[in-house]
Design a protein around this ligand. Sequence first.
Ligand SMILES: NC(=O)c1ccc[n+]([C@@H]2O[C@H](COP(=O)([O-])OP(=O)(O)OC[C@H]3O[C@@H](n4cnc5c(N)ncnc54)[C@H](OP(=O)(O)O)[C@@H]3O)[C@@H](O)[C@H]2O)c1
Length: 313
Amino acid sequence: MLRYLRQYRTADFRQLLRNQRTPHQRTTASLAGKTVVIAGATSGVGLAAAQEVARFGGRLALVARNEAKARAVQAQLERDFGADASVFLADFARLADVHRVAVELLERLERIDVLINSAGVHCTRRQTTEDGFELVFAVNHLAPFALTYRLLPRMRQAGAGRVLQVNSQGHRFGGLNLGDLDWRRRFYVGLLAYGASKTAQLLTVWDFADRLAGSGVTINAMHPGEVRSGIGQNNGPLYRAFHRFVVAPFLADARVAGESLHLLAAAPGLAGVSGRYFNRTLPEKPAPHALDRAVGRQLWARTMELTGVPDDL
Ligand SMILES: NC(=O)c1ccc[n+]([C@@H]2O[C@H](COP(=O)([O-])OP(=O)(O)OC[C@H]3O[C@@H](n4cnc5c(N)ncnc54)[C@H](OP(=O)(O)O)[C@@H]3O)[C@@H](O)[C@H]2O)c1
């Protein structure tokens, strides 16, 4: 822990603490005529984002693994906001699903103005996916990377678009080891595995942003705030009880996250802003280990290999 803390400069700490105390900004910018793809819209941060997008007139494509939950959200968005929302099914623990859903999205959506990757998971015990990857790394990093990569050509054709990766202050835990991305050789610590997945995602955001420079398409990462959601509910009763009685009382309503994502997706002042990390809506410097571009380049190559996306960006 001390090793990580020592990497920080005092000014970065001050910014972090200041941001934590500063309320998020809001906007009334319209999303009418815009198509917004949200992965993970069945709960928490993604659901709150879908509600804000619908409130401000955006058309929604909801990517979810649970059809019943997604249909319930679709019905709620139609009833409460008169929203045009469609459902696309994919389990982010299966890369084949992600590739398939990307094709379906490209077939059915003429334009994609915003992509919000909010599907995410935190596990206290190591689990592996059918593809053989550690689950948290697969869902939080590999899947959103592959979906982003596959959808970007549609945004590039239009010469406009915003990608928002829902990341986390948890990236500050570190944990990324290029020689052991799947936690086969290390004792599994849930918070570190979560930190590794979020660090990996941040490192690829900088590389995506470089590749997209001048295209009109932007990509940014954001921490959605500490908000009430279903995160971690897949873990055991001890974790759930701790979360319910110790953590949850201090959490904000998920609307904070939804409003922040709406602002990052729609605010005219952010057109052209790319390759940044926001604490809700406030620009912030990520942890030093998430800014290591040499590690980022190696991770990019490994991620391309593991996800099997074509090298055509
Ligand atoms: N809540 C916070 O305070 C907080 C703080 C920092 C960062 N975040 C980040 O915010 C994002 C959203 O988390 P949340 O807090 O909103 O948690 P949540 O309420 O549990 O929502 C997670 C979403 O991801 C979906 N998901 C999980 N595993 C999936 C899979 N294998 N395939 C497809 N979808 C899957 C869930 O679908 P189901 O409904 O089917 O489970 C749900 O829609 C995550 O990336 C998380 O790391 C949250």
